[in-house]
Design a protein around this ligand. Sequence first.
Ligand code: 5GP
Length: 211
Amino acid sequence: MADKGILIVVSGFSGAGKGTLMKRLLNTYDNYALSISMTTRSPREGERDGIEYFFVDREQFEERIEQNGLIEYAEYCGNYYGTPRAYVEEQLAAGKDVVLEIEIQGALKVKKQFPESLLLFVTPPSAQELERRLKGRGTETDEVIARRLARAYEESQGMEAYDYIVVNDDLDTCVEEIHRLVDAARRVPVRRSTFIKEIREELKGFAKGAE
Ligand code: 5GP
């Protein structure tokens, strides 16, 4: 039996380019599955229900919480965001490395529940570059941008909780770096418990034969 996939949590300042990075990662390698979150925020232009997010109202979201249907959830800038449980568990069991693109409160909750998860924090090379990218997106009002920058400052307080900091300067380099980190994480014994058990069992057979 193969080991389960790795649960990869990717956080980073809003505007750090996580969305684009994750799309590129999934298009380049075939071992990843991206979890689609549920949110009460309104869709941005071009966003489709069931693709970027499952867009729901607060009542539907709270119902999902009560059914224990979310691995974690958090409030971010006045809206709920959460990770549906079933998809993540199915994909991990099938050996896929599942990516959750979530903010820091959610990331810490995941780490508590799944100590073997891998926490990556994506950041642009500087705060100035972050502001430039947020403004360049052209989809948010100045007020929202200011709120997101303030939130970024708050989130910077939690960066030490992550396993790795990944600087997103060049997209392709960053995608490769993430893939290498995941690959290295796969070799850590705590994530190879099935393999260890199996080879130990086999060796036990040989050891008995030599007695
Ligand atoms: P946005 O509104 O820009 O799409 O997302 C806002 C923030 O919510 C981002 O930092 C994003 O990573 C985070 N987020 C998206 N989905 C989830 C989720 O399921 N759970 C948590 N905790 N955060 C999420």
